[in-house]
Write a protein that binds this ligand. Structure first.
Ligand code: PGA
Length: 248
């Protein structure tokens, strides 16, 4: 089980240090059964990582460049993220797909770069409300999976996060029925394209909070959460973590 906190474009340095210290203080005293990973803004990763040298809490980045190096102003490469101690990189979050016009091909290149650098990409997929209402959700996710996941002969690890766009930051969580149906379909597609779907972790993300986490994590098909808003409050994050730990 993985509990991932995606801080997005939030916190100044002082707040980022306070938030991560609160989380480290609570979790470092415990024997953690599931894995906790924090995804602060990239500029704070190094400071947070240094504060947390001996902990079992992992650190990741919210995105990376699809390019390896060169004339790409403002970009941060997967190699640079590895250098500062990242274990995971989120790629293809809908806020980047939509807000930054990233295509499946871009996500493919990013995920490949992450894998080439021996880190684990968390590849996000998920449909818009329009696609869901039109009955196209599964088809849409299928093409995202087929076009975004690098086929790697070494069977390197990757994680999928199902994040329906209409559930992100909206307070509307996908129902257990939807989550189960989509996660089963994702495993089937993974099998179809040559992976062992049963052995790929699939996270759910989209308005996960302390009120719905217990029910969602009880679903057989859910291997953890990608949490946005609720990860910015250490107490809320810890409550969600506790529900996940109870389910392990
Ligand atoms: P949310 O965000 O929990 O605030 O809905 C989830 C995400 O975007 O990863």
């Amino acid at each position: 089980m993985l509990i991932a906190g995606n801080w997005k474009l939030n916190c100044n340095l002082k707040e980022a240090i306070q938030l991560s210290s609160s989380i480290f203080d609570i979790l470092n005293k415990k024997k953690v059964l599931s894995e906790v990973a924090l995804f602060p803004p990239v500029i704070y990763i190094d400071s947070i990582k240094k504060m947390n040298k001996n902990s079992n809490i992992s650190i990741g980045a919210q995105d990376c460049s699809k390019n390896v190096s060169g004339a790409h102003t403002g970009e941060v490469s997967a190699t640079m993220l590895l250098d500062i101690g990242c274990k995971y990189v989120i790629v293809g979050h809908s806020e980047r797909r939509n807000g930054n016009h990233e295509s499946n091909q871009d996500i493919f290149l990013k995920a490949k770069s992450v894998i080439d650098n021996k880190m684990i990409p968390i590849i996000c997929v998920g449909e818009s409300l329009k696609d869901r209402e039109a009955g196209n959700a599964l088809q849409f996710i299928e093409s995202q999976l087929k076009e975004s996941i690098p086929i790697n002969n070494n069977n390197n690890e990757f994680i999928i996060a199902y994040e329906p766009i209409w559930a992100i930051g909206s307070g509307k969580t996908a129902t257990p029925k939807i989550v189960t149906q989509v996660h089963i379909m994702i495993r089937k597609i993974l099998n179809d394209i040559g992976f062992d779907g049963e052995n790929v972790s699939i996270l759910y993300g989209g308005s996960v909070n302390r009120n719905n986490a217990k029910e969602l994590i009880s679903l057989d098909e859910v291997d953890g959460f990608l949490i946005g808003g609720a990860s910015l409050d250490a107490k809320h994050f810890f409550d969600i973590y506790n529900f996940v730990e109870e389910s392990v």
